[in-house]
Design a protein around this ligand. Structure first.
Ligand code: SF4
Length: 289
């Protein structure tokens, strides 16, 4: 089936859904979909294609729907001791749990309902780029420990449209953070990836932190850009019109000096806007020395 004549959709029965992970602040991940129609150019999960016979360049053009995810989750939850009291379950690590198809399939919603049915006592953590998460406010409010992150990489819709091609504009995401905060849901902003131009445009980074703080969100999760070969290849293919000086900034962003300089700026702005850095540090991938 093709969605919007562009995205290939396939429903299938998954074998497992609650997957142990090595993320710094989660114990398990739940990915109700394989693939993500938001198709961000910098997405590091484009490698998922190799598991379903797709290439990196197909990323964004297919979504495989784990139709049995909620029932499977309820079964998998039986493995948790003490109703998962000290565990964190993260939605989602290799897809967006609130991409457009969730409006139709409601798998993320039903999975959360299964967590409640099970009596999950741990932490539920959600990361998305979509205002669709607001549909589930009533469910979110029933968890003892829940947090929702919205990815905010810029304050400018034109830039978010450029890099995060089919995701909702950043202005909608900022508004979503505001509404979640207004409803008493704990939130954070995921500034990832940190776009390379910020190192020479402090005023833009200042504006970003100021705008996030104005939504009432207090915590930031910051990740430097990952430019592994497969990501770089897709990024350059998706954006053939990128100017050389911008490409140079992307390449330079992989050096330690760049990261340290940006980290200094971040520290200053985090203090200025009384924000808190999750994990007390920025995250980064391998760098060129
Ligand atoms: S929303 Fe997340 S998972 Fe989806 S394409 Fe963008 S970065 Fe990748």
């Amino acid at each position: 089936m093709l969605y919007n004549n562009l995205v290939e959709i396939k429903e299938f029965e998954a074998k497992s859904i609650l997957t142990p992970c090595k993320l710094p602040d989660a114990d398990y991940v739940v990915n109700p979909y394989t693939g993500c129609a938001f198709g961000c150019t910098y997405c590091y999960t484009s490698f998922m294609g190799r598991y379903v016979g797709k290439s990196n360049s197909d990323w964004g053009n297919y979504v495989y729907v784990k139709a049995n995810a909620p029932q499977l989750l309820l079964k998998d939850l039986g493995k948790l001791k003490n109703k998962g009291r000290d565990k964190c379950i993260f939605f989602s690590s290799v897809t967006d749990p609130y991409q457009g198809l969730e409006a139709k399939y409601e798998l993320t919603k039903e999975c959360m309902e299964k967590l409640l049915e099970f009596g999950f006592r741990g932490k539920l953590s959600i990361l998305t780029k979509s205002q669709l998460v607001l549909r589930d406010l009533d469910i979110l409010k029933q968890f003892e420990n829940v947090e929702v992150g919205l990815t905010i990489t810029t304050t400018q819709d034109a830039i978010s449209r450029y890099f995060e091609k089919k995701a909702p504009n950043v202005s909608q995401r900022l508004d979503t953070l505001k509404k979640l905060n207004g409803n008493g849901i704990k939130t954070y902003a995921f500034v990832g990836p940190l776009l390379p131009h910020f190192v020479t445009e402090e005023h833009n980074l200042d504006e970003l932190f100021k705008t996030i703080a104005a939504t009432g969100t207090k915590e930031l999760y910051i990740e430097h850009i990952n430019l592994s070969a497969y990501i770089k290849e897709r990024l350059l293919k998706e954006m053939p019109e990128l100017q050389k000086d911008i490409i140079d900034k992307f390449y330079n962003s992989q050096h330690k000096e760049y990261r340290q300089e940006l980290d200094k700026l971040i520290k200053k702005l985090v203090n200025k806007y009384k924000l808190k850095l999750k994990l007390d540090s920025t995250l980064y991938h391998k760098e060129i020395s």
